[in-house]
Design a protein around this ligand. Structure first.
Ligand SMILES: O=C(O)CCc1cccc(O)c1
Length: 558
């Protein structure tokens, strides 16, 4: 074969999205895109799931995003965490976060086993005809020519594939090749300490929560995890070499003050350094960064993977609507605008908690932990921590939404609370996100938001991927929309306080509230939403979408 014919023989692939990196964020994104009916080529240079200890915590927001991505309750094991405790060798317990309870239909905090979640997410991808996986394939090079991404992939034995994609997503981790190729700085700092992570089984006297022993000589977080596991994280001291410390005898020595370490089984270990960094931008041209490729945080807030899943939910529907010609490309700009400031707040929170967990020396520990102990005596100081008020709300300051002064019940730019509802068509109670399905929603609370609206406007709404819902009080009798549009509230997540009778909201597919106001404003709101999102009528990119599942509400209704 001569050089020309061998070049001709390189296979070529056309896709909507080239997704580079199939860790948990990449796999969640691929599932969301699959649900929306988008064609994705997902590659990962590894052939198998990474089995070393990594992320361990998810919060209610992350669980809700996994719900959106089609992961059902119980498909992977979680352990609800009732509290996070901070202890000082000098002062004893000096702070506590109350993480018990349910928020938006999910436990406020759980631990999980990352390889299990990744397996579940990967298995689900098989159901989407538009998703193709290439494991053992690396991104060798790519260019953004302004209309397409042209990429060259290489497998382990040097076979090449050329790919033309409309967009590229880098979920390729902290060392992201996509980010580096785009020339986007990864700004922030790296810690110089090594941490040894140990997952152990058969631990006598396991704990049922998360506990930080904030000893400046050796800070040690410890927590319960699924499958009967307990995890410890030991900060290594200067001179302690990672390969030595990972040996079973060293691990048992470290564990000796905590349990009968001769009796336990050491399942797995890893040594990491922590980083607090964010990419200068989360997107450039037709390329997007998500997860650790875009931002990386120390684990002290348990928010690393959660932040990546927030990226996935924010980005997936925007790309889907654009590639299917139902939204203007400028919608994609809001990904960076919305996600980057919040990711930064999460990193700051983790750094603040890190200052409690790993004070630099005994004097700093005395001052910081002593101050925290005093703060705890004041109800306001205690509440700040205990009630999770230190956690930044997932509410955007700028982005794809608008706020009207004086009409701030649901807060546009924040997530719509989730509650339990019963579709008026019958069936068992379901979580409201499952009822609303994958589309945009115009929701009238106790009112038919579409009453009196011109048919032409409602048709445009439907064509843009929108539906109309009425969220009713149980047994409400007035102004009822047809049953197929009606949800009966089974709790007070929204009605009557958050969303009073007569209120309307326009909600994006990622459940962010685009706009809200009284029903009298509904028509004006809908027109403005369509202007903001929809492509010009003559859009050349408009294609009819081919959703994997019919994009209808009530997708889990019995
Ligand atoms: O250290 C880790 O890996 C996560 C610790 C954690 C888990 C849950 C909540 C939290 O604030 C920290």
């Amino acid at each position: 074969m001569n050089a020309t014919s061998s070049r001709l023989a390189v296979p070529r692939l056309d896709t909507d999205i080239l997704l580079v990196g199939l860790g948990p964020v990449g796999a969640a994104l691929a599932n969301l895109l699959g649900l929306y009916g988008v064609r994705v080529l997902a590659i990962d240079k590894a052939t198998a799931i990474f089995e070393k200890p990594r992320a361990i915590a998810l919060d209610n927001e992350a669980l809700r995003i996994l719900q959106l991505a089609g992961v059902r309750d119980g498909e992977f094991e979680t352990v609800a965490i009732p509290q996070v405790q901070y202890r000082s060798p000098l002062f004893g317990p000096f702070a506590r976060i109350n993480s018990a309870g349910i928020i938006d239909g999910h436990p406020a905090l759980v631990t999980f086993y990352q390889p299990e979640l990744e397996r579940v997410l990967r298995e689900k991808l098989a159901q989407y005809p538009g998703i193709e996986l290439r494991l053992g394939s690396e991104l060798a090079a790519f260019v953004d020519d302004g209309r397409f991404i042209q990429a060259r992939l290489e497998d382990a034995v040097g076979n090449e594939t050329h790919v033309r994609a409309r967009y590229l997503i880098g979920t390729d981790g902290a060392n992201s090749l996509v980010r580096r190729t785009l020339g986007l700085d990864f700004e922030g700092r790296s810690f110089h300490q090594d941490w040894l992570i140990v997952d152990a089984l058969d631990v006598p006297d396991p704990i049922d929560h998360v506990e930080f022993t904030c000893d400046p000589r050796r800070p040690t977080p410890r927590m319960v995890a699924p499958g009967g596991r307990q995890r410890w994280e030991f900060m290594l001291r200067p001179g302690e070499r990672p390969e030595e410390m990972e040996r079973p005898e060293s691990v048992r020595r470290l564990l000796a003050p905590w349990c009968d370490s001769e009796r336990i089984r050491i399942e797995r270990t890893a040594v990491y350094r922590f980083h607090a960094r964010e990419a200068r931008r989360f997107s450039k041209g037709r390329c997007f960064l998500a997860g650790d490729a875009a931002h990386i945080t120390p684990p002290f807030a348990g928010q690393g993977l959660v932040a990546g899943l927030r990226d996935a939910a924010n980005l997936a529907w925007k790309l889907a609507w654009v590639v299917q010609g139902r939204a203007n490309e400028r919608v994609l700009d809001s990904y960076d605008t919305e996600r980057r400031p919040h990711a930064r707040k999460i990193i700051r929170l983790a750094l603040t908690l890190g200052a409690l967990v790993m004070p630099q020396n005994r004097a700093v520990a005395f001052a910081v932990h002593g101050l925290m102990s005093l703060l705890r005596l004041l109800p306001a100081g205690r509440a700040l921590f205990e009630d999770l008020r230190i956690k930044p709300q997932n509410t955007f300051d700028e982005g794809l939404f608008w706020r009207v002064r004086g009409s701030d019940r649901l807060r546009a730019g924040a997530m719509l609370p989730q509650g339990w509802v019963r579709p008026a068509t019958g069936g068992a109670p379901i979580l409201s996100d499952d009822a609303l399905g994958l589309q945009w929603a115009l929701i009238g609370f106790g009112v038919d938001a579409s009453a009196g609206m011109p048919a032409e406007l409602l048709q445009r709404w439907q064509a843009a991927g929108g539906r109309v819902w009425q969220w009713c009080q149980r047994s409400q009798a007035q102004h009822l929309a047809p049953p197929a549009q009606r949800l009966e509230a089974l709790d007070e997540a929204l009605l009557p306080r958050r969303a009073p009778l007569g209120w309307v909201a326009i909600v994006r597919p990622d459940r962010c509230v685009l706009a809200e106001g009284p029903a009298s404003d509904a028509e004006a709101m809908l027109r403005r939403a369509l202007e903001l999102v929809a492509p010009p009528a003559s859009s050349p990119s408009a294609t009819s979408p081919t959703p994997a599942r019919e994009l209808q509400g009530a997708r889990h209704a019995a």
